[in-house]
Design a protein around this ligand. Structure first.
Ligand code: EZ4
Ligand code: CO
Length: 404
């Protein structure tokens, strides 16, 4: 028995908000987990502080599965991003503790390495096709083998994935949500040109990806997938929202462009049909938002049966603790596909100490016992929480709300 003695929530904002859970055991071994839910951070902090931590004290830190089931079934109210992020934080911290006690890097406890290292993709953005491809060439020279291309849409003031200036893209940009305007018609006309030029400039050997950010209807997504077929994308992400998983039957009927979705999923029940009917190629549900390593294992193993690979979300609004945990997971599972990599800033890494490495397009989680990421609480205390929201979207014609 390795008794949990204390646990606390640390909220810190080194350039953006992060919520971290630290669990301490009576032997002095501790673990940390990420609980960050972009734009709704304090809801998860309170869920942990007010409702989860009192139930953790005195429990055996080694009983990861049992504690997962206790928190999932014990709340009575199931799933949802707040609950599942809170459970994920506990789960990550407990796996961290178990691996530290074993003296092994986490991937060893998950079955050991299935590969030498982890293929990652980066982001290239710009206001114009030219700017985007210039950024992509820079990333190719850094060694990246897979690049996501996002460009501004002619006639629209702003679009997803494109920063305002030269700084890295950060979506949670305002004290009250920024309202953007959207036109599917303008977007659908401009995107194939980006990839036509992209292939010409970047060549055939680099994997190209794109994120639609849930903005289309199924039949529009089918059309876009067809238009992009000549450029052989690695994947087309989040074409439509999956409130109705059957949306994907329509898209799948019409295009061979590989499909990815899942960064906002919090449970296997958000993707059971997608996986079982082989309607997607990559599942992006993440450790932090989908119940931790314990639940992600269930999703990944289920997906493996249906030739669906993983492609975890790795934006900067997931803390380095999630990135570290994901890299261990990616090393171990058989059906790993690719991992998103958006490097955190120096300021963020002055608080979250990481051991993972990047080299020539691949990452490695390191051999450090545990998941290999720690938090400097003193540094963290210097950056208090600052309210920040993701933008919202309205249609350019008529002004009705649409997906951002
Ligand atoms: O907009 O994580 O693929 N990556 C993404 C992200 C999401 C943010 C939202 O918090 O879609 O950039
Ligand atoms: Co995305």
């Amino acid at each position: 028995m390795l008794k949990i003695e204390a646990a606390r929530v640390i909220v810190s904002s080194p350039g953006r908000n992060f919520v971290t859970l630290k669990i301490e055991t009576k032997d002095g071994v501790y673990g940390v987990g990420d609980a960050t839910l972009n734009g709704r951070e304090l809801a998860v902090a309170s869920y942990l502080q007010d409702h989860v931590i009192p139930c953790l004290i005195g429990r055996d830190a080694h009983r990861i599965e049992d504690i997962w089931q206790f928190l999932y079934r014990g709340a009575y109210w199931r799933r949802g991003p707040v609950t599942m992020s809170a459970i994920a934080a506990v789960d990550m911290a407990l796996w961290d503790i178990k691996a530290k006690v074993a003296g092994l890097p986490l991937y060893q406890l998950l079955g050991g390495a299935s590969r030498d290292n982890v293929l990652v993709y980066c982001h290239a953005n710009g206001k114009t096709i030219e700017d985007t491809l210039e950024d992509a060439v820079k990333h190719k020279e850094m060694g990246y083998k897979a690049i996501r291309l996002q460009a501004g849409v002619p006639g629209l003031k702003s679009t997803y994935g494109v920063p305002k200036g030269k700084e890295a893209y950060e979506p949670a940009d305002a004290d009250i949500p920024t309202e953007n305007l959207w036109s599917t018609e303008k977007y659908m006309r401009s995107l194939p040109k980006l990839f036509e030029e992209g292939r010409r400039v970047l060549g055939d050997d680099v994997h190209l990806l794109h994120d639609v950010h849930h903005r289309l209807t199924p039949i529009e997504a089918a059309r876009l997938g067809k238009d992009l077929e000549p450029y052989r994308l690695f994947w087309l992400e989040d074409t439509v929202d999956d409130d109705n998983q059957e949306n994907f039957r329509i898209i799948r009927k019409h295009t061979t462009t590989p499909l990815a979705i899942g960064e906002i999923f919090n449970s296997i029940w958000d993707c059971r049909t997608l996986i079982q009917e082989q309607l997607i190629d990559y599942i992006r549900a993440t450790i932090v938002h989908a119940g931790g390593i314990t639940h992600l294992r269930q999703i990944a193993h289920f997906a493996d049966l249906f030739n669906v690979k993983t492609g975890f979300h790795g934006a900067t609004d997931l803390s380095p603790i999630t990135m570290a945990s994901a890299l261990h997971f990616d090393m171990a599972i058989h059906n790993f596909g690719i991992q998103e990599h958006m490097p955190h800033s120096e300021q963020m890494e002055s608080i979250f100490k990481v051991n993972y490495t990047f080299e020539d397009g691949f990452m490695h989680p390191s051999e450090t016992p545990g998941h290999g990421c720690d938090i400097d609480e003193k540094e963290a205390a210097k950056y208090p929480y600052k309210r920040a929201y993701l933008p919202v979207n309205r249609l350019e014609q008529g002004g009705a709300m649409c997906n951002w």
